[in-house]
Design a protein around this ligand. Structure first.
Ligand code: BF8
Length: 636
């Protein structure tokens, strides 16, 4: 077993060797034990929707062609796919609901541990959503915004689109998707209707099913958008900040606490409270106090807003425990490996679950209540301080490697940086450079890690190859984690890897914005819900040019996607008009009809389409070709 095959991340490889030596099982070992994975499932041809099954369709057309109910391969593949999109939508939107309810409770004067930290953002949102602000108190405005947002979970008028989408996309996109019936009216209803129509004996038309999938995917964008925007009002809109990434951010002399998951409601408070408990940590023997580190999307939330370093991304989330220096990992929702407590058992690490709907056997549950956020955060930090006393110093093995990362490029931060070049018309420098070809186009990297791809390698290969061809690179989620760990969120990376045109632009903006060097090669836009930041920037660009999102030389890529949320994101990216690459094959290839629908027919309908390619090199060529096709369409 050669651990270097598993990950291109040097720290992960070092820790995997340690895992081997100590017979500790990680995701990569479990993946090996799963081989060979089921071919029916991989193709999407195993149906488990009713108790007459599981039914399997022979991919080669020699065995059964229909499930017991009569469903054919196309119905089975389509039903399965749209259920996955609905699950992703539910996950993002549940996160959004949590933030929206917090806003409602704040407006009612109930939550004392939170405040509106970014009033300018609150007013900007009010303007977008058409909420009056003149002469009104802050809490009244917060209340109205919460009500409109919760309306996106409650509206029963099928023809009235979700408020956030209607207010945020280009007018042409709203019209086009409205005409196609692809603008959801209600997030919860969209998820419920997807579950309902995919029940045995309901929708059996693959085209109709896929259209339903695109509609629920747009509800995912709505939920992500409202989660991001309201989080900014609550916790602050990210601005560029210098941080660091990879396991070398852990400190031997500190109480190390990892925050893992997605929702900033607790993790943001933990960051604030940590400073107050520093003396308690020192008294317990940790001379360097408390060191908060991030994993997965929570990592990005606190990295963007507090400069908290990122320990690692999804696939290597077990590995910080193996350093022997992790006192606690605090988790909430999504993408948290159930294996964590099993590995923690070999060490002194406390795995602490906090969400009432999400518990893990073997973990300690500390229920999080927004009404007592500071108290909960203190309880958790004190558990970590107590665990520090049980650390075995002889087992501490922190890799000596970390990368500097300049992060925090919200749409507002990008516009502010551009405004340093042209204060009157901030988007003009960007538009000019796209027109003159210094910037050929923009790629947004999204998504996860998967054991099917050497960790992070597809991201790094693709980004380097596109940046060399003068494509501006944006990233969120575990894609952003990969780039941060690989040192691509630095000025040095721009100097080293960007094509001449792109380098010139990033240098001019970075210098004007006072960064003392070029903007980083990869612009960190945040967590997965923060993909809506890229949509906001693209929408501003499209509106300035008077075109639709599907006209822009803008593409998306998820070369290591894994989760249902990633499928939801990919599907709305297609629906808003983007050529969208996935490098881990979704379970659709069992149906030629569904495959054709999402990779070809979608282009005529909505402008976007999926590009499925597991090879980063040819995927890069296809994405670049898609950018050139868009440029030609704009007459560039
Ligand atoms: O929402 S990129 S593995 S952590 S799903 Fe999960 Fe994928 Fe990471 Fe965040 Ni997004």
């Amino acid at each position: 077993h050669d651990c270097a095959h598993c990950s291109s991340d040097a720290c992960a490889t070092e820790m995997l060797n340690l895992a081997e030596a100590n017979s500790i099982e990680t995701a990569w070992h479990r993946y090996e034990k799963q081989q060979p994975q089921c071919g029916f499932g991989s193709a999407g041809l195993c149906c488990r929707i009713c108790l007459k099954g599981p039914c399997r369709i022979d991919p080669f057309g020699e065995g059964p062609k229909y499930g017991v109910c009569g469903a054919d391969r196309d119905t089975i593949v389509a039903r399965h796919l749209v259920r996955m999109i609905a699950a992703g939508t539910a996950a993002h939107s549940e996160h959004g609901r949590h933030i929206a309810l917090a806003m409602q409770h704040i407006s009612q004067g109930e939550l004392h541990d939170y405040s509106i930290r970014d009033e300018a953002k609150l007013y900007a949102i009010a303007k977008t959503l058409g909420v009056a602000t003149e002469g009104r108190g802050l809490l009244a405005i917060v209340g109205d915004l919460a009500a409109i947002t919760l309306g996106d979970f409650q509206n029963q008028d099928y023809d009235k689109p979700c408020a956030w989408l209607a207010a945020s996309l280009t007018p042409r996109r709203v019209k086009r998707l409205g005409d196609l019936g692809l603008l959801p009216h209600n997030i919860d209803a969209s998820v419920a209707q997807t579950m309902s129509r995919t029940h045995v004996g309901c929708d059996a038309d693959p085209t109709n099913l896929i259209l339903g999938g695109l509609r629920v995917a747009m509800a995912d964008l709505d939920g992500s958008m409202l989660a991001t925007e309201l989080s900014d009002a609550l916790f602050g809109t990210p601005q560029p900040v210098v941080s660091a990434a990879n396991l070398g951010v852990m400190k031997r002399g500190a109480v190390n606490i990892a925050v893992n998951g997605h929702n900033p409601m607790l993790s943001d408070i933990i960051c604030d409270v940590a400073a107050d408990l520093r003396d308690e940590a020192i008294a317990a023997g940790a001379a360097e106090g408390i060191n908060i580190i991030g994993i997965c999307c929570t990592g990005h939330e606190v990295m963007m807003r507090h400069g908290v370093p990122l320990a690692t991304n999804y696939l290597s989330q077990e590995l910080p425990i193996l350093t022997g220096a992790l006192e606690a990992m605090v988790v909430d929702v999504q993408c948290i490996m159930p294996s964590l407590p099993r590995i923690a058992e070999c060490f002194h690490t406390q795995i602490i679950t906090t969400d009432k709907h999400n518990k893990i056997s073997g973990a300690t549950h500390v229920p999080f209540d927004e009404h007592k956020a500071v108290e909960t955060a203190k309880t958790i930090i004190r558990m970590a301080i107590a665990a520090f006393g049980r650390r075995d110093p002889n087992r501490v093995a922190i890799p000596a490697f970390k990368q500097k990362s300049i992060v925090g490029f919200s749409a507002e931060a990008v516009v502010a940086a551009l405004a340093k070049v042209n204060a009157d018309d901030p988007l003009k420098p960007l538009v000019d450079n796209v027109v003159n070809g210094n910037i050929q186009g923009i790629v947004l990297f999204v998504g996860c890690n998967t054991t099917k791809v050497q960790q992070d390698s597809a991201y790094v290969d693709l980004a380097k190859s596109l940046a060399k061809r003068n494509v501006l690179v944006l990233a969120t989620g575990c894609a952003a984690g990969a780039f941060a760990k690989a040192g691509l969120m630095t000025s040095e990376a721009t100097t080293q890897y960007a094509g001449e045109g792109l380098k010139g632009v990033l240098s001019a903006i970075g210098t004007a914005a006072g960064l003392g060097g070029p903007l980083p090669l990869v612009m960190h836009m945040g967590s997965c819900v923060d993909n809506s930041r890229a949509v906001a920037l693209a929408t501003a660009l499209a509106n300035k040019l008077g075109v639709d999102l599907s006209d822009l030389p803008l593409v998306a890529s998820a070369p290591e996607c894994m989760s249902e949320k990633a499928l939801a994101i990919g599907s709305w990216a297609v629906t808003i008009g983007l050529p969208t690459h996935v490098g881990s094959v979704p379970p659709v290839i069992g149906s030629q009809i569904v495959t054709k629908l999402v990779t070809e027919t979608a282009k005529d309908l909505v402008g976007g389409y999926f590009i499925v390619d597991t090879d980063p090199k040819s995927a890069g060529d296809k994405l670049y070709a898609a950018i050139q096709e868009r440029r030609a369409g704009l007459g560039l």
